[in-house]
Design a protein around this ligand. Structure first.
Ligand code: FAD
Length: 284
């Protein structure tokens, strides 16, 4: 169980996303084989926005768990799903021997009307966590936000809601990506004061293409320190130089976290084993 892995002093885990098309599974398996060789403690698999591609999440998670024999964490979101939809996703996971999930609310899909949004079966991730732990026996983790979730009025209210997720049964948290460790250290202090006692994994994403800043990073709401924006400005026109600089930045970030006692690192691999391998080599 992931909870047991995180009871140790140090872990390194990876996040991958499932293929967008059915014809891309072989390539995804090759990517996973290469990531497995780096010996992560567990690998998490994302869930398509609004509940799309849940079948692909289960298929990739199953390959990780049943073929590679590595612990896996299947993400699941509830914003676009009824109770029965969630139960069918749970059944598919259980058929594949998967009982560890990262239980998320998800972002409101653009085409979801107000009435549908306001009458959704699960209002918050904490409701999904309560349902999954009490009704299905799955083990849940949840998401946390070192720079606050974008909808939260304040860090204080966000932490109160985080504590609720722990009280509802979240066994650990995985953080949103961040590039400035000081935010993370301050967040850990505040979380401790709020009574968050479960392990927290620090989410690190290497910036390896200039495009990432326009998409994933902007959506995450994470601040970009000047040192990182300078790198992107300097190497923006040289993809391989930018990739190497992004790896170097992530390695320095992780080593600083480790030196400051952060034991659990969750690497957003973006399905790039070469980059993940270079980071692992740099931090061990
Ligand atoms: P919640 O915990 O419900 O929080 C959402 C907001 O509601 C916060 O502002 C919170 O403060 C507030 N809130 C929570 N509980 C209450 C309450 N009881 N009363 C009032 N307000 C409350 N998205 C995907 O679509 N697929 C993925 O695979 C995926 N993986 C992710 C992995 C990680 C590690 C992270 C950090 C995010 C991931 N996301 C994913 C994005 C996530 O779905 C969004 O950030 C979403 O907007 C919030 O999800 P949540 O589970 O944190 O929601």
């Amino acid at each position: 169980m992931i909870k047991d892995l995180l009871s140790g002093r140090q872990t390194l885990s990876f996040e991958v996303f499932p293929p967008k098309k059915d014809g891309e599974f072989e390539k995804a398996y090759e990517t996973l084989d290469k990531l497995a060789a780096l010996k992560p403690d567990f690998i998490s698999v994302t869930y398509g926005a609004g509940g799309s591609r849940s079948k692909q999440t289960a298929e990739i998670a199953s390959y990780i768990k049943n073929t590679l024999r590595i612990e896996t964490l299947a993400h699941i979101t509830c914003v676009g799903n009824k109770r029965e939809d969630i139960l069918s996703v749970v059944n598919r996971l259980k058929e594949n021997n998967i009982d560890q999930v990262l239980a998320l609310r998800g972002d409101r899909p653009k085409d979801m009307g107000d009435e549908q949004y306001e009458t959704r079966d699960f209002a918050h991730a904490s409701d999904l966590i309560t349902f999954l732990t009490t009704q299905t026996g799955l083990h849940c983790g949840g998401a946390c936000y070192p720079e606050k979730h974008y909808e939260a009025f304040s860090m204080e209210t966000d932490l109160k809601n985080l504590r609720l997720k722990q009280d509802c049964g979240a066994e650990y948290f995985v953080s949103q990506l961040f590039f400035d460790n000081d935010y993370y250290y301050r967040f850990l202090e505040k979380a401790e004061k709020k009574g968050i006692t479960v392990p927290i994994c620090a989410g690190i994403m290497p910036i390896t293409t200039a495009n990432q800043l326009g998409t994933t990073v902007t959506l995450s709401g994470s601040s970009i320190p000047k040192a990182l924006s300078d790198l992107i400005a300097k190497y923006g026109d040289c993809p391989e130089e930018l990739r190497k600089a992004g790896v170097d930045y992530a390695v320095r970030q992780i080593n600083d976290l480790k030196q400051n006692g952060v034991g659990h690192i969750h690497l957003y691999t973006m399905n790039r084993p070469k980059t993940a391998g270079e980071i692992v080599a740099g931090i061990r």
